[in-house]
Design a protein around this ligand. Structure first.
Ligand code: UDX
Length: 433
């Protein structure tokens, strides 16, 4: 099918590349000429495993093109809208400016019978409002939320664990068009749910709210563990064996960040408040607060590791991305902790395998190292803040010979305390004795 993808960020670029991989003829549109030039050259403007290969093969096949000109979207049968919905400045609510701008710019290019498919995460009620505008052109709107995880975005798009279509009352044609696009996933028996707009919009935010709650639950248990001498990692393993609970998303540590979970739960609370059901999701305020307290705790542990006097001391920060296999530092707890330590006068030497450039744009005042070895040299404390595989595999003896003091703060509970202590390290981690 002929497809356009409006907005080529993390979501849109991956979606466009995957749609071309599935055999569709795709034009990706973005207002950022730099991003478009990079994508058109077959490279990824951000780190995402597997994406560069798909961009290159899409370019070579001629099925994947990129442009800044919305007029190029004309002629596509299906238009995906994948622009960002960040948190509004000075408010908890989502900023819909980019969604509205994308739809408004697209309207003059819509052919009769075209299908516009929203993928962006939006407050419930948005699709119904936009559907009217789209209908006025003779086209129709559907909402098809995306559940991709950064780091697994290609796999999640090509092999989703479910497909959710939000369509207007009885719009079987829209569902059939989406079925044609996702034919290969459907052939793999991917569950497919057709719902109304409001349900489809809520599926996305409630899924993220649930995941955030699960993480904050275990981080709340970490606080209790800290008051009692219990070990939250063993607790998570033990309760995770209960199939009703499950072990996934029970990793306690510095808390969640990224471009989705934090802003999605805040936007959900803001929207629920507008709808008069703020009390129903009031617990998310606590989820957010628990999450932010974990950053305070890791800063506290770092200061403790330095013997209580942090100013002027040298600290190696390993990890800046909000999670491994990503260069994304949006609302990254790791970067936040590094910046807070810097503000306390700590001489921060930070290293991340992929996220140094993105971090430097937000916090140019931090000290950045070209390698983990350089960050570790002469450090008086080592902080592991993103659980990259390379950091999990660090050898305490080798690291020990580079640092000035064998003190480690495992902000992600990703190291083996016994092994590090055995090598003479003082090991500290949130939620662990
Ligand atoms: C999330 C959702 O998982 C995805 O379905 C949705 O479409 C977009 O938002 P993503 O932001 O890529 O995806 O990251 P995710 O893997 O969910 O992790 C979010 C944050 O939670 C990261 O900072 C991660 O480190 C943290 N996390 C995750 C924990 O602290 N503990 C865990 O057990 C799991």
């Amino acid at each position: 099918m002929k497809i356009s993808v409006i907005g080529c960020g993390y979501l849109g670029a991956v979606h466009a590349a995957c749609m071309a991989e599935l055999g569709h003829d795709v034009i990706g549109i973005d207002v950022d000429p730099g991003k478009v030039a990079t994508l058109a050259a077959g490279s990824a403007p951000f780190f995402e495993p597997g994406l560069p290969e798909l961009l290159a093969s899409g370019r070579d096949s001629g099925r994947l093109r990129f442009s800044t000109d919305m007029a190029e979207a004309a002629g596509a049968e299906v238009h995906f809208v994948a622009v960002g919905t960040p948190q509004q400045a000075g408010s908890e609510a989502a900023d819909l400016r980019f969604v509205d701008a994308a739809i408004d710019a697209l309207l003059p290019h819509l052919g009769a019978g075209a299908l516009v498919v929203g993928k962006s995460t939006v407050p419930v009620g948005t699709a119904a409002r936009l559907a009217e505008k789209v209908a006025a052109t003779g086209a129709t709107l559907a909402w098809n939320p995306e559940f991709l995880r950064e780091g697994f975005a290609v796999q999640d798009t090509l092999h989703p664990d479910r497909l959710v279509y939000g369509v207007a009352d009885g719009d079987e044609r829209a569902a059939a068009q989406l079925d044609a696009i996702y034919a290969s996933a459907l052939a793999d028996e991917t569950p497919r749910l057709v719902a109304d707009f409001a349900t489809a919009e809520l599926v996305k935010v409630s899924a993220n709210a649930f995941l955030a709650t699960k993480i904050s639950f275990i981080n709340a248990m970490a606080e209790v563990a800290e008051a009692t001498g219990a070990d939250v990692t063993v607790l998570a393993d033990a309760i995770g064996h209960d199939a009703r609970i499950g072990r996934r998303f029970l990793n306690s540590g510095i808390g969640f960040g990224g471009g989705c979970l934090p802003k999605d739960i805040r936007a959900f609370m803001a929207r629920a408040e507008e709808l008069g059901v703020g009390h129903s999701v009031g617990f998310l305020k606590e989820v957010d607060a628990i999450n932010l307290r974990r950053r305070d705790r890791v800063v506290e542990l770092a200061v403790e590791a330095l013997g209580g006097d942090a100013a002027g001391r040298r600290v190696a920060v390993l990890g800046l991305a909000f999670k491994p296999d990503s260069d994304d530092v949006r609302d990254s707890p790791a970067l936040d902790v590094a910046a807070r330590l810097r503000a306390l006068g700590v001489e921060v030497r930070a290293f991340d395998p992929e996220a140094i450039e993105t971090a430097r744009r937000i916090h140019p005042e931090l000290g950045y190292a070209a390698s983990a070895e350089e960050a570790l040299e002469g450090a008086e404390a080592v902080l592991v803040l993103t659980e990259w595989k390379a950091f999990r595999a660090l050898d305490p003896e080798t690291v020990g010979s580079a640092v000035a003091q064998r003190a480690v703060v495992d902000g992600r509970n990703c190291l083996d305390p016994a092994v590090w202590r055995e090598a003479g390290w003082t090991y500290r981690a949130p939620g662990r004795p």
